[in-house]
Design a protein. Structure first.
Lengths: 328, 213
């Protein structure tokens, strides 16, 4: 039996200071994924008074089964790596608000962060590292059948598809990873991929060859999830010919990428057409004193290792901004 | 063979140093027709061995029917958590809390022992006002990273108000029950049999449903 112990859940409260609403922080970091936690370590080492607001420690990383491209670890479980990051942040003692959503940001020399629990915090600089959320298919049947065959977490829900047929929507790393998890359990797995080839890393795609029960349907998109009380079939369309095809299936796992969690920046910061926060090479956004890093920004390639690098850069830029600003 | 290797054992010991007061861990199993009972027994036994404040009490579902009735246990393996005065906290674990779920088990031990993080006063006020009998069942799988969060929230509600009972249910161990509630995605939260929530929902989402019951 395996145990996915998350030891950082249990660090005593000695390092968890709660936010002080009356205090003006040097830096408030919004988002506790790899970018946010790296930024926190850099800020704290620079002696900045720092607060971290998160919805979930580790972000998308904590939900990743295995990571094989973060150097220093040939293989590590996502939760374990998130734990190590968290440990490294907590060695300093940081003001921490977990399980909170930022609803609004008020700009100014001193910035205000409004939370959904009614609390308001103040800071000289902000670093937005709010990451991404899974993208939905947005097709008929998806919402109605969520939890009834429509699934978004293969490692969580794969056990329910023993001896059943499933569809995986998406041919990137997450899609192929899900297909590999499911191929061991389900009788048949169909990967439906928009493009005419898989875009997952070669090392992952190669592993599919070991499974005879995995079928590739390239150049197709999911149009509808069919079923009354539970998924019965998935309707897909050939992108070239427009031909419709119905794949009988007991479930569909959606792994079609993600969308930036940038709602908090709407109307405040410049975003690109993908709703990513536009940053320059110093992680500066369109507003002075507000920085952003990681998957929520327009920096290409969403990777843990890139998010970490960007997070450190944002922290150093925020520090420079404070030190060189005569108002502080 | 031990379930926990030395590395995990060291981490567990460190985490369980946080246990404040005694916790009475009541474990139910049966000898036949329970595939996971021996693993569950070993799991509870090895954890309780790591800290003298954790007291394990073992009962058999069949031969200790009176005890089972007292704690309302009708399936095994099951764990009931009692505080230092043997007061039932209404926290239950059905199935082995392995994989990611070890986190909710440790969380429950710490919280029952009195080591709890503060909840905002307005949330506590909402929990205190609940005066109807509430039964929360959280279905999980061991490989689900979001599941412990939902279980910890449900158990916390039970700890704060004795009208609330909260169960963790390992879905693959109790297949007929999972089928009864149409579980095909986890965490699935079933409140008083008919109200459903999916995912690691915040405590306010639980309360929004409970307050309407």
């Amino acid at each position: 039996m395996d145990f996915n112990l998350s030891s950082s859940l249990f660090v005593g409260e000695q390092k968890f200071n709660t936010f002080e609403p009356q205090k003006t922080y040097d830096v408030i970091i919004i988002g506790g994924g790899p970018a946010g936690m790296t930024a926190a370590v850099y800020c704290l080492r620079k002696g900045m008074t720092t607060g971290l607001i998160t919805r979930q420690v580790g972000g998308q990383m904590a939900e990743t089964a295995g990571i094989e491209n973060y150097l220093g670890y040939r293989y590590i479980n996502g939760l374990e790596l998130a734990d190590k990051f968290h440990d490294q942040v907590l060695q300093f003692g940081i003001d921490f608000e977990n399980d909170a959503n930022v609803t609004d940001i008020k700009d100014g020399l001193i910035k205000e962060v409004h939370l959904d629990n009614g609390r308001i915090f103040k800071a000289r600089t902000l670093i937005i590292t709010s990451g991404k959320l899974s993208r939905k298919l947005n097709v008929p049947g998806e919402k109605e059948l969520t939890g009834k065959g429509v699934a978004y977490c293969a490692i969580c829900d794969a056990p329910f598809y023993k001896n059943k047929k499933v569809v995986v929507a998406g041919g990137g790393n997450a899609g192929v990873g899900a297909a590999l998890d499911l191929a061991r359990i389900a009788t048949h797995v169909t990967i439906v991929q928009r493009r005419d080839r898989l875009i997952a890393d070669q090392v992952l795609s190669d592993k599919l060859k070991h499974y005879e029960n995995v079928e590739l349907l390239l150049g197709h998109v999911v149009k509808e999830v069919v079923g009354e009380h539970h998924v019965a079939a998935v309707r897909v369309e050939n992108r070239e010919t427009g031909e419709l095809l119905e794949i009988p299936a007991d479930g569909i796992f959606v792994e079609v990428g993600s969308i930036p969690n940038s709602e908090l920046a709407h109307g405040l910061l410049e975003l690109n057409d993908k709703n990513e926060i536009i940053v320059d090479e110093f992680c500066k956004t369109s507003k002075p004193g507000i920085f952003a890093a990681g998957d929520v920004t327009d920096v290409p390639y969403k990777q843990i290792i890139i998010a970490c690098g960007e997070g450190s850069k944002a922290a150093l830029s925020a520090t420079d901004y404070i030190l060189s600003n005569p108002n502080f | 063979m031990a379930l926990f290797d030395d590395n995990i054992r060291t981490q567990l010991t460190h985490i369980l140093d946080g246990v404040k007061n005694e916790v009475n861990v009541v474990f139910f199993s049966q000898e036949i027709e329970c595939e996971s009972c021996s693993d569950a027994h070993q799991f509870v036994d090895e954890i309780c061995d790591l800290n003298p404040k954790l007291k394990m009490h073992r009962y058999n579902l069949v031969t200790d029917a009176e005890k089972a009735a007292e704690y309302n246990i009708d399936r095994v393996p099951a764990v009931v958590m009692l505080d230092q005065d043997n007061k039932d906290t209404n926290i239950r674990f059905f199935g082995v809390p392995g994989g990611y779920e070890i986190n909710s088990f440790l969380g429950a031990l710490l919280e029952v022992s009195g080591e709890r993080q503060d909840l905002p006063e307005e949330i506590l006020e909402r929990i205190r006002k609940i005066d109807k009998d509430i039964h929360i069942q959280v279905f999980v799988t061991m490989s689900c990273p979001h599941c412990p969060g939902a279980v910890i929230t449900a158990h916390r509600l039970a700890l704060e108000n004795s009208k609330i009972k909260a169960d963790m249910i390992e879905a693959n161990t109790f297949v007929p029950l999972s089928i009864k509630y149409n579980v095909s995605g986890v965490p699935k939260i079933v409140i008083n049999e008919v109200h459903e929530l999916l995912g690691d929902q915040p405590i306010t989402a639980f309360l929004d449903i409970i307050e309407k019951i």
